[in-house]
Design a protein around this ligand. Structure first.
Ligand code: C5P
Ligand code: MG
Length: 190
């Protein structure tokens, strides 16, 4: 069982890389953002609630996100491993994930960050927004709020996982395939 957290700012390439790595390593890919967006599309109570935060570029409250993530994990009892993309995004979420895994005698094996400069990321998000139709990708103010949320709430996880010897960085700028190869080498070596 390999449990990988893909880490990085909005636009760093977490979703793109997770989609490739899940095939290579037969992992279940859980993207919290995708689950929220599916709920928004389906107009579920969770979606309606999450939308009010996502539309502003803010993080959804921890309790909601943790419950949702936990349900997604439970849906996959036969998984050979997981790749989490966009979760955890706060220290409380990381602690909840550790507790959830510990109950199953599991643990996070590695947190791998995709690193890129803000200017590159903003360009990528605006470009993606043209196709994705995601309002949080097209509005400069929402993008800025997402970066602020990252710096304030998510960046502390670098210390959290570094202290456990579980944090590694990969340059997120370059060819998708070459970045994927670097990530795969790290996962292979676990
Ligand atoms: O990961 P992604 O960029 O798809 O997330 C989109 C939005 O979903 C975030 O900007 C945030 O509003 C919400 N989200 C969250 N907590 C998470 C993951 C996503 O609040 N752990
Ligand atoms: Mg994503």
């Amino acid at each position: 069982m390999k449990i990988i957290v893909l880490f990085g700012k909005p636009g760093a390439g977490k979703g793109t890389q997770a989609a490739l790595l899940k095939e290579t390593f037969s992992l279940v890919h859980i993207s919290t953002g995708d689950v929220f967006r599916a709920n928004i599309k389906g107009n579920t109570p969770l979606g309606v609630m999450a939308k009010s935060f996502i539309d502003k570029g803010e993080l959804v409250p921890d309790a909601v996100t943790v419950d949702m993530l936990s349900a997604e994990v439970e849906k996959n009892p036969d998984a050979k491993g997981f790749i989490f993309d966009g979760f955890p995004r706060t220290t409380a979420q990381a602690e909840a994930l550790d507790a959830l895994l510990e109950e199953k005698c599991l643990k996070v094996d590695a947190t791998i960050a995709l690193v890129a400069d803000d200017e590159v990321l903003i360009e990528r998000l605006l470009e993606r927004g043209k196709r994705s139709g995601r309002s949080d990708d097209t509005d400069a103010l929402k993008i800025r709020t997402r970066f602020e949320e990252y710096n304030l709430k998510t960046a502390p996880l670098i210390t959290y996982y570094s202290q456990q010897g579980k944090y590694q960085e990969v340059n997120g700028i370059g060819e998708i395939e070459s970045i994927s190869a670097k990530l795969a080498a790290i996962i292979e070596a676990l």
